[in-house]
Write a protein that binds this ligand. Sequence first.
Ligand SMILES: Cc1ncc(COP(=O)(O)O)c(C=O)c1O
Length: 439
Amino acid sequence: MNDARLADRKLRQVPQGVGTVTPVTMAKAEGALIWDQDGREYIDFAGGIGVNNIGHRHPKVVAAIKEQADKYLHGCFHVSMYEPYVDLAEKLNALAPCRGEKMTMFANSGAEAVENAVKIARYATGRLGVVCFEGAFHGRTLLTMGLTSKVMPYKYKLGAVALPGIFRAQYPYCYRCPWGLEQSSCGMRCGEHYFESEFFKYHVNPDEVAAILLEPVLGEGGFITPPPEYLGQLRSICDRHGMVLIVDEVQSGIGRTGKMFATEHFGVEPDIVTTGKSLGGGLPLSGITGSASIMNTVHPGGLGGTYGGNPVSCAAGLAVLTAFEQENLLERGAALGAKVRSALEGMQERHPCIGQVRGLGPMLAMELVKSRGRKEPAPELAKKVTAICHQEGLLILDCGTLGNNLRTLMPLVITDEQLERGLSILEKSLDRALEETKA
Ligand SMILES: Cc1ncc(COP(=O)(O)O)c(C=O)c1O
């Protein structure tokens, strides 16, 4: 069946609220390639929104799923324990950058991971407040929608206005500094000084705050990357006031930035780290890993869910981590990041509409503007570029509160030839979009 017919059936059978941002259908996928129902090939710079860090249908993941499916599919971890859950918890406990002895529990989605992290932080501190950030995206459940900072399409009329206990701070968006300062001379106005002399005076007293929750690189918010000292300053604030530092690595984790966790770039130990997306290698799985002294406070039965840490998903997750161990994927990711950054910076030299190239490792974005001097966002241009890319055989997504950023989430196993082809489609699509905008 061709794409138009499936799109037509979707419109009649699936509510429009479940949007699809490309017209592409999926019939088969492997590594960094996707084929549609007509056999047309696409290079994947979207990774199913950051899920396919080790590539579509990685052979180790497929084999682990098959092997587990031959044994048992579900028993519910609350009814009978099984090894893949505990094995994967053990692996994540060894890898996560959190303090001291660690513990992990599993859920099904990134939103659930964040919900559980907040529940645990509230329980452990006996406080309700959560400080989150401008530009954040933490999911679409009621709590995480409240923590998310984008009205359309995520929050409007969906009940987010009714959530107490959520306080939103400025994120260090240096390209558009909320205080109008320059990074070279700002003295980290967004860090401890902002919280101690302003935020905790105007918004909430620190002794009512359970947690500071942040993405170490904003994902949906535009791949905004804080200055190197920033996370360390949040760590000090949390220590000073007895708050839990929760780092949401659902998009930035599991090798996306060339390290297993983006937090490692900052040399900081959070209390809790959430994972999701690429953890399951394509199956629904999320993790909440944290210091045992915090994770183990909640009474028995207070955490979990029917499917959390499903055995097939955990087997897939173990295969993902084994692939990282055995196939040098972090080194490959770091090298890929350097290549993509240099290509995007090359495009920036040739195109004044690219205001900034930013990110960590291969988690990179370019922010499109109408003019470099005035930095006026160009979301229409970003939309046009992504639409042309989709026509030309490259899947790529925009991001950011205004949608004026193009981001790269290609599998780390992409070949050089596929990468060059994808980058060339991207630049040609940008040229064509600029031509069409002028016309
Ligand atoms: C940083 C971050 N947290 C949480 C989520 C929510 O994940 P899910 O869609 O699996 O609920 C996302 C999804 O994009 C994300 O990027």
